[in-house]
Structures are given as C-alpha cells and as structure tokens.
Ligand binder design. Structure first.
Ligand code: ATP
Length: 596
C-alpha cells in the first residue's frame, strides 16, 4: 500500500487511460496473433456448446428409439466435435500464452528502461528489495491475466451467453426458473469479490515487505552477522511471512465460503430443474434428451458464471498491479534532457558553481547548500574539505546532475549543465567513488564499462596507468578474473585502482574523486595516489579530500562549512588564515600522527 501510494505520488498527475485498455495496448504490436487467438477462443467455446445437443440426440434418437445406427452417427459426430475442439484449444492455449509471455517481456523492458532514467532521489525514497520484489510480483500477476485469465473470461462469457440462448431454445419456461438464481448469485459474487480483493492486496503487501527485508539483510550480511542479529532478522522476516500467511488463510476462507455457496446454489437449482423437468418428461411435454441437454447447459452456465465471478477478483488484482507498474512507466524523470540541448563546446573542463542553493526533496526544510560559489579553471585540482555533513558530496553530485540546483547554476565550459544533453554532460565526467562498485563480470569488462568495444591492449594500458596491471596478472585468470557479487573479493585498494582504470578509459575532461577515508594502508595509498596522479594529469579535478597528501598537492582547497565555501586557498595559506581548516587538519582530515 505504502509502495503504491509513493509510486502514485511521483507519477505525473495527468489523465491516464483505464488500466485494462493499457493492458490490451500491450497486445497491439501482435494484432494478428491476438485476432487468431480470439477466433480460436470464440470458435472453441461455440463448439463446446454443441456437446449437450449431441447428448440430446444420443438419448432421443439412439436410446429412446433403440436405433443403433442413429447412436453410431451421433457418436461419430461427437468424435468429430472432440477433434475440432481439441484443435481450437491447442491454438487458443498456445497463442494466448504466447501473448501473455510476450506482453510481460515487453512490460519488464518498459519498466526497467524507465527505472534507469529516473533520478537518483527516486531510489532514495524506496527500499530496493521491496521495489524489485513488488515489480516481479506485479509482472507475474499480469502474465497470469493476459496468458490465461483474460481468455478464460472471454471463453466463459461466450459459454454463459450461448448457454442461456440455447436454454431458451430448449425450454424457455424452465430457463426463466433457472435464471431466478442469478440475482442472488450476482450479489454474492460482488460481496465476495470485494472481500477477496482486499485480502489479496494484504497478502501482496506483506510479501513485498518480507522480500524488502530479505534483500536488505542479504546486502548487509556482514553487518548482520557481526552484530549477531541473525535471530532478530529471522524473527522480523518470520513475522512478515506469518502476517502474509494469516492474510492468505483469511483469503482462502473467503474463497472457500464463496465456492461452497456457489456449489449449494448450483446443485439446488439443478434439483429444482430435475424436479420440474422430470415432471414435464413424465407428462410428455419434454423429451428425456431435452432435459439432459437442459441440465448440461445449466451446469455449463452455472460454472461459467462462477468462473467469471472468480475472475472478476483476479482482474481487479491485475488492475492494481498494472496501475503500479504504469505509475513507474509514466513517471517523468525530473532530471532529463532539455528540449533543445546546447552542444558542449570544446575545452579543457572549466567548471563553475555560482551561488548554488540546494536542499534535498526529502528534507525541504533542511538547507544543505546556501550559496556555494567555486570557479575551477581547466586542469585545476580543487579539494573540498569540511566537517562531516557540510555538503561536500552534495556539491560533487550536482555536476553530473544527480540532483538539480534550487537556484544559482553549475556550469561546464560556461554552459549551465541543465542546458546540456545528459549523455554529453556525463560523458565529459568520470567519478571515482569512495567505495567503488564493480559489476558482476570480468576485470576487463569492468574497466571497459564506459566503452565495451575497447581492445585488450587499451584496457591493459589503462590498468598499467592505474597501477592495477601487476595485481591483475597475478590472478590465475588475469583480466578474465570474475569480480563483483559472485567473483573474487578484491581489497579496497584493488577496487579503487580498477575504478581509476575505468575512469581513465572514459577519458573525461572533469574528474570527481571521493577519496577513500581510511581503508588503505600507507603503502597501498602511495600506489593508489600514483594511479590517481596519472588519472588527474591534464584534467580538471574536484576531489573530496580526506588525505593530507591530496590537499597539499591540490592547486586550491575550498573549506565547506554551513552550506557555503567559508575559505579558499592553498594548504599553507589556509593553515594561517582559517581556524576551521587548521582544526580539520589536526583532528579530522587525517590522523594527527601523520600531520607532522
Ligand atoms: P561526509 O564528509 O560525512 O561525507 P559531506 O560533507 O559529504 O559529509 P553530504 O553527504 O553532502 O555531506 O551531506 C550534506 C547534508 O545533506 C547532510 O546533512 C546530510 O544528512 C544531507 N543529505 C545527504 N544526502 C541526502 C539525501 N539523499 N537526502 C536527504 N538528505 C541528505
């Protein structure tokens, strides 16, 4: 529920077509198959309606009149109808299931395409596990609807309407009696339908919460184990699963009551028909074959009605799932290309923050940046330092437009980043994060992430410059060594060097570095520093600095405090002029022992 509400809130408030139409629109690229499937569906259902007629003739002509040849003829027809029905069923089933699987594959792609375009802030508002779990569940529900329930609904509607027409043909008086059960049936179906819908939504919500919990615990398994929280995590998970079980049981109870009521009503109506029809047969107003056909049609109509009532709940569930998925698909990325992007002029990577004011959407009353101005010349190395939470990471994340400024501007080569195409802007940048993330794949694939067409020699060249070549060739599989979630575990320094090689390959004009704080020993630090120096050569660099060596080497240091740049200058200048900087150097920037 929470998830649905949050998703809805981000979707643009524009008028949307009804969800069922949107589901059907998924089938428009496959019109021919859909038309064929529908034909098979309708014909198959019509053929099924012929069975009771065959039964009628078998009884009236074959049995009552004692004619073996008539019986043989009827049975011959019966086999023909069986065969025809089987052909229609095969095609209907195959085509409908094909459409279901295809539509769901298209839907998955649509959702993921859109998710990748959404701004970083969208992801901060959501628990990724819950999101992934919910999307998978929603897609599965829709597959079920398109692949089978929609065709079941149409089949049963044909059977219901055709059955009623044929009932009237056989005996209209008896039909009116039989139809008297429909109003109580409908009321019951609507009542039970609403209950079932509510319960099934509850089950879905509990399961989504449970899968969110699983993903979080697995992602942080080391922390969970280190703090000995396995039992607590298991208990929290079990609680959600048990809640889902409880809701599931209630759902089943309602469904069982519904099915039992349907069964009582159906058999009671059959008994009434048998009573009235039996009398009509005895009095010669009706043949035994007609009564048999009538009973079979009644059974067909009742079962069609019950199935449609059941499907009503399922279709509602699918409508909810579709709505949630389309809320994602319809979410207009708040950060997108301008209508007419300005081309990024050639240059050496001039970067300028002018009077930047910013706050996070999730905390609108909490000012983060309040007028930050930094002008960085091409090739200059500027270090950002400041107390924890001062806004250094935030300043850096405005350059690739992970967020947009509230007022003021961020300019690359003199052009406001909001006027550039996102792809062009981001191509001009590379980011080396404090804890770089490597994807599942080989080391070579990770290095060539920005351009998979790179040659082996180019990848190796970048790795050499990043001081990574030696340790990579030390692995038995060299560049083909698998890393990431299912590969070898790399040390912090190794990961950093691969990330530096990855940035080198991207050949950016502007480099954004978030220095690793303390996970490197001094020897590794020297190797990483050397790698960084080759990366920074002739590029503009904005570095969130945590090491004294970095600030000493920087052309300029900006001290960020209270959402603004409190002081700027070289290390020596700031040591004299800024008490904040002195304090930072002594207490936070690096351990005291290494300042001397
Ligand atoms: P550190 O040196 O500890 O990494 P920092 O100077 O890089 O800190 P930021 O990460 O930029 O600081 O954070 C600045 C402020 O913005 C902090 O008060 C932080 O709590 C807040 N903040 C950061 N990210 C978000 C976010 N996604 N949503 C809301 N507030 C955020």
């Amino acid at each position: 529920m929470e998830y649905a509400a949050r998703m809805t809130s981000t979707a643009k408030a524009k008028k949307k077509p009804p969800v069922l139409l949107r589901l059907i629109s998924l089938l428009t690229p496959h019109k021919v198959r859909f038309a064929l499937a529908s034909l098979c569906l309708v014909f198959g259902s019509l053929v099924a309606l012929a069975y009771p007629q065959v039964a009628k003739y078998a009884i009236d002509l074959g049995m009552n009149e004692g004619s073996v040849s008539a019986l043989n003829d009827v049975l011959f027809w019966l086999v023909g109808i069986f065969a025809m029905h089987a052909v229609f069923v095969w095609f209907r089933h195959y085509l409908m299931s094909w459409l279901g699987i295809r539509a769901v594959a298209d839907l998955r792609n649509l959702v993921f395409d859109r998710i990748l375009l959404l701004p970083v802030s969208w992801f901060h508002d959501r628990r990724s596990g819950e999101l992934v779990g919910r999307l998978a569940a929603d897609v599965a529900i829709i597959e079920e609807v398109i692949g089978s329930q929609m065709s079941m609904a149409v089949r049963n509607v044909v059977q219901l309407l055709g059955g009623i027409i044929l009932l009237f043909v056989v005996d209209w008086r008896l039909t009116l009696v039989m139809l008297a059960i429909i109003p109580p049936f409908s009321v019951g179906a609507v009542y039970f339908g609403a209950k079932l819908r509510k319960r099934s939504r509850e089950v879905q919500d509990r399961l989504a919460e449970a899968s969110g919990r699983v993903q979080e615990a697995i992602g942080a398994i080391e922390t969970v184990q280190a703090f000995g929280r396995e039992r607590d995590e298991a208990r929290a998970y079990r609680q959600k699963v048990e809640e889902a079980f409880g809701s599931g049981v209630k759902l089943v109870q309602w469904r069982a009551s519904f099915m039992a009521s349907v069964s009582v009503l159906t058999y009671a109506s059959l008994a009434v028909i048998l009573l009235l029809g039996g009398r009509a047969v005895i009095e010669g107003r009706m043949s035994a074959g007609d009564l048999t056909a009538f009973l079979i049609y009644t059974g067909m109509v009742a079962s069609a009605f019950a199935t449609i009532a059941g499907l009503y709940g399922a279709l509602n569930k699918a409508a909810g799932a579709t709505e949630r998925l389309y809320d994602v698909i319809d979410t207009e990325p708040a950060i997108a290309d301008p209508e007419t992007p300005v081309a990024l002029p050639a240059g050496g990577g001039a970067l300028c923050f002018e009077n930047v004011v910013f706050r996070y959407d999730s905390r609108p009353d909490d000012p983060v940046l309040e007028g930050v101005s930094i002008d960085i010349a091409p090739g200059e190395v500027v270090a950002l330092v400041g107390p924890s939470g001062a806004g250094k990471t935030t300043i850096a994340s405005l350059v690739p437009r992970f967020y947009d400024v509230l007022s003021g501007s961020v300019r690359v080569e003199g052009i406001d980043v909001r006027e550039l195409a996102l792809s062009e802007l981001r191509k001009a940048l590379a980011i080396v994060a404090q804890e770089p993330v490597l994807f599942s794949g080989t080391i070579a694939e990770n290095i060539a992430y920005s351009d998979p067409s790179l040659s082996k020699a180019e990848v190796e060249e970048a790795a050499r410059l990043a001081n990574a070549h030696d340790f990579i060739v030390g692995f038995p599989d060299g560049y083909a060594t698998l890393v990431g979630e299912r590969g070898v575990k790399l040390s912090g320094g190794q990961k950093q060097r691969i990330a530096i090689a990855r940035a080198l390959v991207a050949d950016p004009r502007i480099l954004i570095l978030d220095e690793a704080t303390s996970n490197l020993d001094s020897e590794t630090e020297a190797v990483v520093q050397e790698a960084l120096s080759s990366l920074m050569k002739s590029r503009t660099t904005l570095v969130i600095a945590h090491r004294l060596s970095t600030v000493r080497d920087a052309d300029r240091i900006c001290v960020v405090e209270n959402g603004a740049v409190a002081a700027q200058g070289t290390h020596d200048e700031l040591m004299k002029s800024s008490t904040t900087y002195r304090r930072l150097v002594e207490h936070q920037l690096v351990p005291k022992a290494r300042v001397e």
